[in-house]
Design a binder for this molecule. Structure first.
Ligand code: GLN
Length: 280
């Protein structure tokens, strides 16, 4: 069958299932199956697709039509300047989270010898992007999920920063190794009862453990701040991603734990998203 026809059919299936960007997703999935760039597909849409590839492609389209995120189907997601391996065990890195990378680079512009810790390292998108920018930085990543650590390790090797990234499987309450100049985290911060309001792509496919912030959305943030107060060096910085409506509460928790608020930064949608504080 001609690629053009296959694309049209698949696009219609996705549209019927209310998938936004249906054509883009179709093109990305067909590119993956036949192992060619998307541009190639667009320029060669008269080409025929083989039977095996067609079967593989139909399977992917079926999964996408049920809401499985395109990043999981492709096995990768672009963040900062790199493609990161992802699977259903890790949260898909969000563009807003690049704010943490920005803030680290801004706050440590003239420093190149920093030991940092990331709590809930997931795919490693934040830490590994920082390590790529700063070759004198050393990272430590903690995650409760072994599967996340495996993906993070794979990403660290791919980006050739694995010699500067240590990983530990631990719950943050039980982690007591080292003292850090900088601690970063994008912890789960969605209120338990709001989880069901998330879009079905997120709700049904992304790891709940990476999103669920307990009844008030703050239970993991509280743990991260409390432990950071112990693990951080004096004058060290804590940079956290927060939900758009958590600024006041998080500020209070930080202050109660001996942190001074340096700045609260908004994301592209003008929502408060990132809070920068210093241990005094
Ligand atoms: N920003 C994510 C979302 O709304 C939530 C990430 C988190 O809980 N840390 O999908």
């Amino acid at each position: 069958m001609k690629i053009e026809t296959v694309i049209q059919q698949a696009n219609n299936i996705l549209k019927k299932n209310y998938i936004k960007n249906s054509l883009l997703d179709t093109e990305l999935l067909i590119s993956k199956v036949i192992n060619k760039e998307r541009e190639y597909i667009i320029l060669n849409n008269n080409m025929k697709i083989g039977q095996n590839d067609y079967i593989k492609f139909k399977k992917l389209i079926l999964e996408r039509s049920k809401g499985k995120p395109i990043a999981y189907l492709l096995g990768k997601k672009n963040f900062w300047k790199y493609d990161f391996y992802v699977n259903e065990n890790v949260l898909i890195p969000r563009p807003d989270t690049e704010l943490i990378v920005h803030q680290v680079l801004k706050n440590y512009k003239n420093k190149n010898n920093i030991k940092f810790l990331e709590v809930g390292v997931g795919s490693g998108a934040i830490s590994l992007s920082i390590l790529k920018e700063k070759n004198g930085f050393f990272g430590t990543g903690v995650d409760i999920s072994k599967d996340c650590l495996n993906i993070c390790k794979k990403n660290a090797c791919k980006l050739e920063v694995n010699d500067r990234m240590k990983l530990f499987k631990s719950n943050i309450d039980n982690f007591n190794k080292g003292k850090y100049d900088l601690i970063i985290s994008n912890p789960p911060y969605i209120k338990k009862l709001d989880l069901k309001k998330l879009s079905k792509d997120i709700r049904n496919f992304e790891p709940q453990i990476a999103l669920d912030g307990g009844l008030d959305g703050l239970s993991e943030i509280r743990k991260v701040i409390k432990k950071s107060a112990e693990l951080i060096k004096k004058n060290g910085k804590l940079i956290l991603e927060i939900a758009f409506n958590q600024k006041i509460e998080v500020r209070k928790i930080l202050e109660n734990n001996g942190f001074y608020i340096n700045a609260i930064v908004k994301d592209l949608a003008k929502n408060d998203r990132c809070i920068i504080s210093k241990k005094i």
